[in-house]
Design a protein around this ligand. Structure first.
Ligand code: ZN
Ligand code: ZN
Length: 255
């Protein structure tokens, strides 16, 4: 008992000392630890698939890189498998998410207060954003051509998997369907919402070339810049493209 008491005393003394040390460190270093609060929109991301935290004045979004909803791109024994509906086994790309043997984990670091850049940047092939579901956002191109050629392989959500990752090209019907729901975050740090805007409960009419504008949202009482899903039917699918760019901010790597 006496030894236990001594041990506790040592632990407490140690903690006080290390507290004293770390507060000294904090006074000389500004790039460690969180600054401010996470934006309320990040609460929409699935915590079972993503890990989001502040790092100084940045936000780090880590994702497992796989969708939290059903898709025929899981193998038939996976709990989130559903049989193809708008596509077919014959039209689907051959990869299945859970049996591919690939590691889909990725990370994106953005400013916690992203700014408009002085000039816009065209989007590129590959991941351009991370959705609330854990999977990735791609633009309107497929293999450097328009999406039409690959449209038949898109699942009911508006996504498929190629040589890389499972990704959305269209309004992702598993979690947004003609509404104001949060879709995810684009790599320049701006959020992207469904076709409607919370500020008017309707389709915004003041969008720029990127499908963005500055207004309040369900996550921000003060007006801030954000994108919307493009409210124009694309191709013969009768569906809506997610994001074609250009970035209005400065894009960051997703890897
Ligand atoms: Zn694709
Ligand atoms: Zn809006």
């Amino acid at each position: 008992m006496k030894n236990l008491f001594k041990l506790l005393l040592l632990i407490i003394t140690g903690s006080i000392l290390s507290l004293a040390c770390s507060s000294d460190d904090n006074s000389t270093s500004s790039d460690d630890g969180p600054v401010g609060e996470l934006h309320a929109a990040f609460a929409e991301f699935d915590v079972d698939y993503t890990d989001i935290y502040l790092d100084g004045t940045n936000v780090v979004i880590e994702t497992d890189g796989v969708p939290n909803h059903t898709t025929p791109y899981y193998s038939s024994t996976h709990p989130l498998y559903v049989a193809p509906t708008v596509t077919s086994e014959a039209q689907m790309t051959p990869t299945r998410i859970d049996t591919s043997g690939r590691d889909f984990e990725a990370s994106l670091t953005v400013s916690s207060s992203p700014q408009m850049a002085s000039s816009t940047t065209a989007t590129q092939l590959g991941s351009i954003g991370i959705a609330v579901s854990g999977a990735f956002i791609f633009n309107d191109q497929e293999g450097a051509g328009p999406l039409d050629g690959a449209a038949g392989s898109l699942d009911y959500v508006g996504a498929h998997i190629g040589p890389s990752v499972y990704h959305y090209h269209l309004e992702p019907l598993a979690f947004s369907n003609d509404d104001e729901n949060l879709i995810g975050i684009i790599s320049d740090g701006f959020f992207i919402y469904g076709r409607k805007c919370n500020s008017t409960n309707s389709y915004p009419t003041d969008l720029d070339a990127s499908g963005g504008h500055t207004s309040i949202t369900q996550h921000a009482g003060e007006a801030e810049y954000h994108y919307h899903v493009i409210n124009e039917v694309y191709g013969s699918l009768g569906r809506y493209l997610l994001f074609a760019g250009p970035y209005q901010g400065t894009p960051n790597a997703i890897n």
